[in-house]
Design a binder for this molecule. Sequence first.
Ligand code: OMD
Ligand code: FE2
Length: 457
Amino acid sequence: MTVGTEFATPDPYKYQPGFNSYHVTEAIEGAVPVGQNSPQQAPFGLYAEKLSGTAFTAPRHENKQTWVYRIIPSASHSPFEKVEGAKNFNFQSRENTFHQIPNQIRWDPFAMDEEATFLEGLQLVAGAGDPRVKNGIGIYVYAAGKDMGNEAFYNADGDFLFVPQTGDLDIETELGKLYVRPCEIVVIPRGIRFRIKMPSGPVRGYILEIFNNHFELPELGPIGSNGLANARDFEAPVAAYVDDPTPYKLFGKFDGTLFSAELDHSPFDVVGWHGVYYPFKYDLGKFNTIGSISFDHPDPSIFTVLTAQSDHLGTAIADFVIFPPRWLVAEGTFRPPWYHRNTMSEFMGLISGSYDAKEGGGFLPAGASLHNVMSSHGPDAATYNKASTMDLKPAKVGEGSIAFMFESCLQVGLTDWGLKTCEKVQETYNQVSWLPIKKNFTGPAQGSASNPVKAKK
Ligand SMILES: O=C(O)Cc1cc(O)ccc1O
Ligand SMILES: [Fe+2]
């Protein structure tokens, strides 16, 4: 058995381990002042700057902030101007209305776009809520083939959780560098400036954006003090800076609208930092999967990697859930997911392989599905037929596969791009999956001798 994903490309960067850990990191020894945050003059002529990810007054266990020591303050840029008519941008702005549809939706694999930079190839597929009141989510796909060059981006609306499906992301952030491959995820919290290069060729993947709070590890309850995604396996970057007078264009997403400003230097000029507000990555291959070792199919919450809570304890604005390779041993049990309707909405994607509830095909790597609030779904006919008659020996499912779900308490709407422009929606998803399911009922016919109650017409 291997733990962690084996990658073809070695990771060129160093990291600091831990989830929500307090980190201190210096690219030049002594860049972070000793004993105080804001001395009259910071070391090496650096500027001290605070980056707040929660209200100043947030309780200690929630409080997230970082002090950065940088060459030029981040405020040194030209005024922001709205970007008009840019390629592809269809963010969650006031002008964008969603299509609210109760039907089950499934998409063929989203297209690659080798001509686009990450920002040009970022498409909002679905979303809910409003960034202005910090309540809601965005679900994106990205497809790109060009490095961002001297362009950087920050998102004022929320945190981004990237799920790469094709190609490696080399991400330069203010707080250091992260190299992220398919089967790894990366979170870039609100406000942190970054740019993306793609050293292994064109990239494609999914992004979950949350307007509320931040991602946390789920509670473990009776599981105990270890299991699922372990804190030690999350990795934060170490400080890395460039002292570079090349002009940069800084893009900002603010209320779903894209703005840009000019800088006369690199925004990646932080020489040292300390705090708990930083980007981080995680290898999904390190997830410690837990499941039923007696009978019945458990709720998928046992597969939660990260959760972003709403203000209602236990109800997530968005959970990030994975379905990794695992053993199924439950006895006397229909092992795939049950048929169900859920008060939460379920957006699913596939990084590689196949998914055990869709033996009939059609849910493909780089594709997706959406089962909205109370939209009925579950195994397709082929899956039911197989799983209801199979010999229940212990079996490994999902070998070489990894599916995931963004599960939200919010009803999710589709953008024009997600419903039409992408041209990937499968018109017959519902018909091919569930209409072929046969009636197996073996009870006595109504009105017969053993069941004299007549059916009311
Ligand atoms: O619908 C799905 O495929 C996702 C899912 C998986 C599971 O094991 C139980 C419930 C659920 O919604
Ligand atoms: Fe489901």
